[in-house]
Design a protein around this ligand. Sequence first.
Ligand code: FE
Length: 130
Amino acid sequence: MKSKISKSEEEWKKKLSPEEFHILREKGTEAPFTGKYVSFNKKGKYVCAGCGNELFDSNTKFDSHCGWPSFHDTKKEAVNLNDDNSHGMHRIEVTCKKCGGHLGHIFDDGPKPTGKRYCINSISLKFKDK
Ligand code: FE
């Protein structure tokens, strides 16, 4: 088990930018095609913008044309999946396993080998060169 990070909302507010706080802590969604990692193809890894937890490898990133960075797999034990019934629909929310930050949602229309599409807000991510 990774050690969990637990901060009060006040502490998160101090640590994060207003945009990061809105998405990571208030489960917001950035507007489609606006995020800095939508069309971004460098080799490296993506970590949680809230806590630095390693979430995705660039090898699993693909162009989904959905307007958000998309991955077909995560790093091992990186995320939690939670039922989300907001906005009058059922979706599965993806959160950081370490800090609980909201990352995005997962869908079943991704490419092989997993068939999954992790649709993730750029603001929830920070890219690290290999
Ligand atoms: Fe995190």
